[in-house]
Write a protein that binds this ligand. Structure first.
Ligand code: AMP
Length: 388
């Protein structure tokens, strides 16, 4: 099921970017791809042996969604909200499954929020795969129906005018508009590299929580600093919702799933695993009893340096260069850097690397969407649990 969803997304991206079929990932066999194309182009799901009535409502405006939500409340139903920016993959779906296991109803929001993208970031090229996303959610809702779990009762896909009703969204640092800021937490790590990112995230989540009034909200551990920001938002603004965190969904070799992975192509994807590898090296140090920052992080830094040198030594047509943005060992509540891990609290190991545009792309090489020319920022993390 997971690979079917990935293929759906990949094909949707290729359709959007007009990439020739020969660039389809070798992960998918030709008959499988044909099946997925048939599925994508069919208007009704064909695999269910039982009649299945899709019942997911799509809302674009606030008032009808609120009425829908009020009716749920009056019927003693519970609501889990899964905020997304679309381009759905198994990471998103695992959150929806979790929400459906814990609530009678799930809302999925699909909105690419402009205020969390800096002026020079990839807002324009961010993948938008609405039709594939809706197909994926229909398949998933059918699965949930057969399990007797909660159902995806609404998809909220607002316009930017709906989300920013007064002033147009402003991504500049001085930013005109109504914003929520969580300081200094939102300025560290991801926030240091992307100064408006957490202001945008906290602001859009405050809006979504106010609109949907969810009993529970679901976020992925993949974006761990985001989960810490959201917990703080809920606590400091007394929001009446419970924050639930789902585990990071990964490829077999450990690469964290991300909507942006479709841009990597094979060469950068194979080197991009360096981030997960270096975090695991640091984790092994903690598991071996090391508590001091230097002792935990040195093998991680060493692995990054060696991999970088290896790539630099290759000819341009064979290498995938990258820049390490940060490798962090941080306090799990504040994300401040630690000199030593307190065993009673544990810590968060996290990192970010930027995969640079490919050099000397070869004829027939699988380059990913965008021809390997879109820089891709990868993030990942591992939680170091407290020692009992
Ligand atoms: P996005 O659409 O990237 O904003 O992500 C929407 C939600 O999905 C966020 O809570 C993410 O943390 C979560 N998410 C993204 N990738 C993964 C993943 N690989 N595993 C689990 N959750 C994920």
């Amino acid at each position: 099921m997971a690979s079917q969803f990935q293929a759906l997304r990949y094909l949707a991206m290729c359709t959007n970017h007009h990439c020739p079929p020969k660039r389809l990932s070798p992960l998918y066999s030709a008959p499988f791809v044909r099946r997925v194309v048939r599925f994508l182009s069919s208007s009704s799901p064909r695999r269910s042996p039982k009649p299945f009535a899709p019942h997911t409502q799509v809302f674009r405006d606030v008032d009808p969604l609120r009425k829908w939500r009020r009716d749920l409340l009056l019927n003693n139903r519970t609501l889990g909200l899964v905020p997304t920016m679309g381009a759905l993959h198994e990471g998103h779906l695992s959150l929806v499954r979790q929400a459906a296991a814990e609530n009678t109803d799930v809302f999925v929001s699909i909105y690419v929020n402009p205020t969390q993208f800096g002026m020079n970031e990839d807002l324009a090229s961010y993948p938008k795969t609405w039709e594939a996303d809706m197909k994926i959610l229909t398949v998933l809702d059918r699965e949930l129906a057969s399990l007797g779990a909660g159902r995806i009762s609404a998809v909220f896909a607002p316009s930017t005018k709906t989300m920013y009703p007064t002033l147009p969204p402003d991504s500049s640092i001085p930013g005109a508009g109504s914003f929520v800021e969580i300081r200094p937490l939102g300025q560290l790590l991801e926030g240091a590299s992307r100064p408006v990112f957490f202001r945008g995230v906290a602001t859009v989540c405050m809006k979504l929580f106010n609109i949907c009034a969810p009993d529970r909200v679901y976020f992925g551990q993949k974006d761990i600093q985001q989960t810490v920001v959201i917990k703080r938002l809920v606590k400091d603004f007394h929001l009446n919702t419970e924050v639930r965190i789902g585990p990071t969904e990964r490829e077999k070799d450990g690469l964290a799933l991300s909507s942006r992975n479709v841009y990597l192509g094979t060469r950068r994807r194979n080197v991009g695993i360096v981030l997960n590898q270096l975090l695991r090296k640091a984790e092994a140090q903690y598991n071996a009893g090391k508590r001091k920052r230097g002792d935990i992080l040195w093998p991680a830094n060493d692995h990054a340096d060696k991999t970088l040198l290896e790539q630099e030594a290759l000819e341009p047509g064979k290498r995938a260069r990258f820049e390490v943005d940060y490798i962090s060992l941080a306090n799990p509540e504040t994300m401040e850097e630690l000199e030593e891990v307190d065993e009673a609290k544990g810590a968060i190991l996290s990192g970010a690397v930027k995969m640079l545009p490919l050099e000397d792309a070869k004829e027939g090489e699988e380059l990913g969407v965008g021809g390997g020319q879109i820089p891709v920022r990868l993030i990942d993390n591992i939680v170091l649990d407290p020692v009992a």
